[in-house]
Design a protein around this ligand. Structure first.
Ligand code: TXA
Ligand code: MG
Length: 522
C-alpha cells in the first residue's frame, strides 16, 4: 500500500475525511500523540487498525469526537459526573469511559460493554473528524509495544506502507497520551494518567482513585481494569533501567558505567552518551520529549539505558507511568541510605566480603564499631541505658559492658529493651556517615530492620564445619562453646528467606559471586 503524506491544508483534511468515511486509515496529529484513525462505526475499518498496529484484539480503542454533544449517541447515558467533566475540560487530553450504546461495536470496544470517548483540542484533529462526518476510533499511531508517536516522522517510521495516509502536522504539544478515567466504576478511577492530573479532576468531581496498576504494574493473575495495562508498552529496543536518585548520585552512578547510555534531564552532568528528556522541575517538558527520547536512543544504537526517574506527582505521574513500563518495572533505588545491606551467620566470613566490597570502592559501615561509638562517655544513649539498666553500668564515665550484658541478656524482654534503645541509634549514626555507594555491615541486619534502609541485601553463608573451625580459631573457644554460639543464632533458612541474595563463602570464588550480584543489581 502506498501511504499518502498529506498536509494540514483544508484541501488535504477534506481528502483525509473522505478516506476515513470510505473505510480507510488515516494517521493525524492530536495535542497528545499522533492517532491512527478509522470510522468508529465501521467494524471492518476498525479491524484494519488492529492489523496495521499489530494490536491485540481485546485492547479497546478511544472514539474521538468533534463536538461535546457528539458523545450522546455513543453512550448509554451522559451521567452528571460525565457532564461535569465534559463541561470543565472538553476539548482536552482527557478520555472518559462510560457504558456504551448499541452504536458501538465489539471491535472498537474490544468486547467490553463500555466505550472510551475523547474530544481532542488539536485543530487539525477536530477538522478531520468533522470532515469525516463520523466519530473516529484512534489509538496511538505506532506499532503496538513501541514508544508512542509524537512527530509525524515517528508514524512514518512505524506505519508507512500499512495505512492510507498520514497528515503531517506539528509535533504534539503534550507528548503523552490522554488521561483515561472510567466513570463505569463506583468511584471514578484513573486508568492511565496524563496531562489532566488527579488534582485537576478532583477539583471538579471530588474523590478520584488511581488504579493500582498505574504506578505498580500488575500481578500475572490480576484482571486488567483497562486491557492496555497488561500489555508491554512504550519499550525501545534498548534495555531501560530506571534510577531513583538525586542529580549528584545519578551522575556519580552513570559515570562509572561502561557501554551504557543515560536518559537524563537537561543540565545533568553525564560523561557517557546521553539523551535528555526535559527539565527536572518541569514535568510538562518531560512529557513532551520522553517518547522521542526513547526512539532516539534506539537510533543511537543504545543497548542499555539508565534513566533518571521523574517525580511521581502532577504530570510527573504520567511520565513515570510511561517510563516504568518502558523499563519493564526495572528500578535501581539509590535513594535508600545504604546501597547494600550485608549480613550472615557467625563464622561465615562476612568480614571478608565487606573487605572485598571496600576494595571495590564501597563505603562499608560496620555496625559493631558503631555499637561502641553510640556508648561513648557522655553520650545520650549511655544515659538512657543507665536509666533502664541501673546507674552502676557506668563506671568512671564509661560503660561497663559486662555488667550491661549480664542484665540485658538475663531475659528476652530485657534483650528486646536493649535492642530498642541501641539499634535505632546505631542505624541513625551509620546513616549520617554513609557516603554513596555504601554497605551496611550488620550481623542483625533483619532483626534491627536495617534491611529496610538498604537497596539490596546480601547474606553470607558457609558450611557448618567450616564455620565451626573458624569460630574456634578466631575466638579461642572449644568445640562445644562454638556450637552453642552457632545454635543461638538464626539458621540458614532465615537468611535465605529474608535476603535478596546469598553467597556461600567456602573458600572458593567468593569474589565472582559478589561480582555477579553487583552486575545484576547495579
Ligand atoms: O491521547 C490519546 O488518548 C491518544 C490519541 C490518539 O487520542 N490515543 C491513545 O489510544 O492513546 P490508545 O489506544 O493507544 O490507548 C487507549 C487506552 C488503552 O490503554 C486502552 O486499553 C484503554 O485506553 N481503553 C480504551 N477503551 C477502554 C475501555 N472501554 N475500558 C477500559 N480501558 C479502555
Ligand atoms: Mg497506545
Amino acid at each position: 500500500m502506498n501511504t499518502q503524506i498529506l498536509s494540514t491544508s483544508e484541501y488535504d483534511i477534506a481528502l483525509a475525511g473522505k478516506i476515513l468515511a470510505g473505510g480507510g486509515l488515516v494517521a493525524f496529529p492530536t495535542e497528545t500523540v499522533y492517532g491512527l484513525g478509522a470510522n468508529a462505526l465501521d467494524e471492518t475499518a476498525v479491524k484494519k487498525i488492529y492489523l496495521a498496529k499489530g494490536r491485540p484484539s481485546d485492547n479497546p480503542l478511544i472514539v474521538h469526537i468533534a463536538e461535546k454533544e457528539d458523545i450522546i449517541p455513543l453512550v448509554k447515558e451522559v451521567t452528571p459526573t460525565a457532564k461535569a467533566l465534559i463541561d470543565a475540560f472538553f476539548p482536552a487530553p482527557l478520555t472518559i469511559i462510560l457504558p456504551k450504546s448499541e452504536k458501538i461495536g465489539n471491535v472498537v470496544s474490544g468486547g467490553l460493554d463500555t466505550v472510551a470517548v475523547r474530544m481532542p483540542q488539536n485543530k487539525t484533529a477536530r477538522a478531520l473528524i468533522k470532515a469525516a462526518g463520523v466519530p473516529v476510533a484512534a489509538p496511538s499511531a505506532n506499532t503496538s509495544g513501541l514508544p508512542s508517536p509524537t512527530k509525524a516522522k515517528h508514524v512514518i517510521e512505524d506505519l508507512s506502507g500499512k495505512i492510507d495516509a498520514v497528515i503531517q502536522g506539528e509535533d504534539c504539544d503534550f507528548g503523552i497520551e490522554s488521561t483515561v478515567i472510567t466513570l463505569a466504576t463506583d468511584t471514578p478511577t484513573v486508568l492511565r494518567p496524563g496531562a489532566v492530573t488527579k488534582e485537576m479532576l478532583e477539583a471538579v468531581i471530588g474523590r478520584v482513585e488511581i488504579a493500582k496498576a498505574v504506578l505498580e504494574g500488575m500481578a500475572s493473575d490480576e484482571v486488567a481494569a483497562s486491557p492496555g495495562m497488561k500489555y508491554k508498552h512504550y519499550a525501545p529496543k534498548a534495555k531501560v533501567i530506571l534510577v531513583n536518585a538525586s542529580k549528584e548520585r545519578y551522575e556519580q552512578f552513570v559515570n562509572s558505567k561502561k557501554d551504557a547510555f543515560a536518559l537524563c534531564f537537561e543540565g545533568d552532568d553525564v560523561a557517557i552518551p546521553k539523551v535528555t528528556y526535559g527539565n527536572e522541575s518541569d514535568d510538562l517538558s518531560q512529557a513532551k520529549e520522553i517518547f522521542d527520547a526513547l526512539r532516539r536512543l534506539d537510533d543511537m544504537g543504545a543497548k542499555k539505558v539508565y534513566a533518571r526517574i521523574p517525580r511521581k506527582s502532577g504530570v510527573g505521574m504520567a511520565v513515570y507511568n510511561r517510563l516504568i513500563r518502558a523499563a519493564a518495572f526495572h528500578i535501581i533505588d539509590l535513594e535508600k541510605p545504604f546501597t547494600i545491606g550485608l549480613t550472615g551467620q557467625t563464622g561465615a566470613g562476612k568480614g571478608f566480603v565487606g573487605e572485598y566490597l571496600s576494595k571495590l570502592g564501597f563505603n562499608v559501615l560496620d555496625t559493631d564499631i558503631y555499637a561502641r561509638k553510640i556508648c561513648e562517655p557522655n553520650s545520650p544513649v549511655l544515659a538512657v541505658l543507665a536509666a533502664e539498666f541501673g546507674n552502676d553500668i557506668i563506671k568512671d564515665g564509661s560503660l561497663d559492658r559486662q555488667l550491661l550484658a549480664s542484665r540485658a541478656f538475663s531475659s528476652p524482654e530485657n534483650t528486646a529493651k536493649l535492642n530498642s534503645i541501641t539499634h535505632p541509634a546505631i542505624l541513625e549514626l551509620c546513616e549520617k556517615d554513609a557516603v554513596f555507594p555504601s554497605v551496611l555491615d550488620a550481623p542483625l541486619l533483619f532483626e534491627c530492620k536495617g534491611d529496610k534502609m538498604c537497596y539490596r541485601t546480601i547474606a553470607v553463608l558457609a558450611p557448618f564445619e567450616l564455620r565451626l573451625e573458624r569460630i574456634m580459631k578466631r575466638d579461642g573457644i572449644t568445640r562445644q562453646q562454638a556450637i552453642a554460639r552457632m545454635n543461638a543464632q538464626q539458621g540458614e533458612e532465615f537468611y535465605i528467606k529474608n535476603s535478596d541474595f546469598t553467597v556461600v563463602n567456602d573458600g572458593r570464588n567468593i569474589e565472582n559471586q559478589i561480582n555477579e550480584i553487583l552486575e545484576e543489581i547495579l
